[in-house]
Design a binder for this molecule. Structure first.
Ligand code: UDP
Ligand code: MG
Length: 310
C-alpha cells in the first residue's frame, strides 16, 4: 500500500455561518472515497462579523483536522489565501470556496491527475451560467485584455480552485510582494499544468461578497500587477497626438499665410483643448495607479494580521 499523502484544503471564510457544516459534511464524504489521502482543513476567518468563528470552533470538535486562522479584521480573499498557503503543510494543496460553488467531487479527479505527474490541476469552468450576464461579459473582456498586455497569460475561466503540488506552494510562498493578485501569481510561477472541466454551481447559502465595484478594483489590480503596458502606452498615444497636432499646425500656418487670418475656429480649438486635457488626465491617472501600488508595496506592511490560530 502506498503511504498516505497529506492534502491541505485552504478555505477562506467571511460571514459564512450558514454553509460551514454543509461544506464539511460534503467534503468529508468525498475525501473518504479517495485512497491514501489524509486531509487538513485550514479555515481562514477573514474578519467575519457573524457567528462564523463560533461555528468553526464547534465543528473542530467533530473534525479535529480543522485548523482555524483568525484574522484581526477583514483583509480580503487574496490575503486569506496567502495566509492559507503559508500554513499549508500538505504534499498537495487546494484552495476551495466554502459556499460549495467549487464542487468538492472534483478533488478526486484532481488527485488522479497529480498522481499522473502534474504539478497544477486547474478546475476550468466549462460554462458560467450561474453568473450574471454582466459578470460573464466583464470576465471575458478582462481575460482578453489581460492576456494581450500582460505576461504570462492567465488561463481564462479558472478560479482559485486548483490543486498545487508542494513545489508550487513553496514557489508561491517565496514571492515577496504584498499586492497579491493570486490568479496572476498562480500563473506566474508556472509548472506542469493540466485542466479538468466542471460546471460552477449556485451558492449553497448566503450571498456573494464581490459586488461590481470590488470586482472592478480587483481587475485593475490584476492588470497593473503583471505588466507595464498601460503605463508605457501613453508614450505612443502622446507621439500620435503630437504628430496629428503638428500636421494641423502646418495646415493652419499655410492657411494663414496664403488666405489671411481666419477668425472662426472656436469649435476646433475647444475640441483640441478638451481632447488633450482628457488624454492627459487618463495618462496621469494611469501613472497614479502604478505610483499608488509602488507606494503601498514600499511600505512593506504584512499582507494580513493573525489574531489567533486555533
Ligand atoms: N471571502 C473572504 N474574504 C472576503 C470575501 C470573500 O474570505 O473579503 C471568501 C468567501 O467566504 C468565500 C470565497 O471567499 O468562501 C468566495 O467568495 P464569494 O462566494 O462571495 O465570491 P463569488 O463566488 O461570488 O465570486
Ligand atoms: Mg461564491
Amino acid at each position: 500500500m502506498a503511504e498516505n499523502k497529506l492534502l491541505s484544503l485552504i478555505v477562506p471564510v467571511y460571514n459564512e455561518e450558514h454553509v460551514l457544516s454543509m461544506f464539511m459534511k460534503r467534503v468529508a464524504e468525498v475525501l473518504k472515497t479517495i485512497p491514501d489521502i489524509q486531509a487538513e482543513y485550514i479555515f481562514i476567518n477573514d474578519g467575519s462579523t457573524d457567528r462564523t468563528l463560533e461555528n468553526l470552533i464547534a465543528l473542530k470538535a467533530t473534525y479535529p483536522q480543522i485548523k482555524i486562522i483568525d484574522f484581526s479584521r477583514n483583509f480580503g480573499k487574496e490575503a486569506a489565501l496567502t495566509a492559507g498557503l503559508q500554513h499549508a503543510k500538505g504534499d498537495i494543496t487546494i484552495p476551495i470556496d466554502v459556499d460549495l460553488q467549487d464542487p468538492p467531487e472534483l478533488i478526486a479527479e484532481m488527485v488522479v491527475k497529480w498522481r499522473e505527474g502534474f504539478d497544477v490541476v486547474l478546475a476550468h469552468r466549462s460554462n458560467r451560467d450561474s453568473d450574471s450576464f454582466l459578470k460573464r461579459f466583464s470576465a471575458k473582456w478582462f481575460y482578453k485584455l489581460h492576456n494581450k498586455i500582460s505576461s504570462p497569460p492567465m488561463p481564462d475561466n479558472v478560479g482559485d480552485y486548483r490543486l498545487m503540488s508542494r513545489q508550487v506552494v513553496d514557489a508561491l510562498n517565496s514571492l515577496p510582494e504584498s499586492t497579491r493578485f493570486m490568479k496572476g501569481l498562480f500563473a506566474w510561477v508556472g509548472f506542469k499544468s493540466t485542466q479538468i472541466e466542471y460546471v460552477r454551481e449556485e451558492r449553497a447559502a448566503g450571498e456573494s461578497k464581490f459586488n461590481g465595484w470590488k470586482l472592478w478594483n480587483f481587475a485593475l489590480e490584476g492588470l497593473t500587477s503583471f505588466g507595464t503596458v498601460p503605463l508605457r502606452i501613453w508614450t505612443y498615444v502622446g507621439i500620435l497626438v503630437a504628430g496629428i497636432s503638428f500636421i494641423l499646425t502646418l495646415k493652419i500656418l499655410i492657411q494663414v499665410l496664403f488666405m489671411g487670418i481666419d477668425v472662426p475656429g472656436y469649435a476646433s480649438l475647444m475640441v483640441a483643448v478638451t481632447f488633450l486635457g482628457g488624454l492627459q488626465l487618463i495618462g496621469i491617472g494611469t501613472l497614479g495607479e502604478y505610483l499608488g501600488r509602488t507606494y503601498m508595496e514600499s511600505k512593506n506592511r504584512p499582507v494580513f494580521i493573525i489574531r489567533e490560530i486555533l
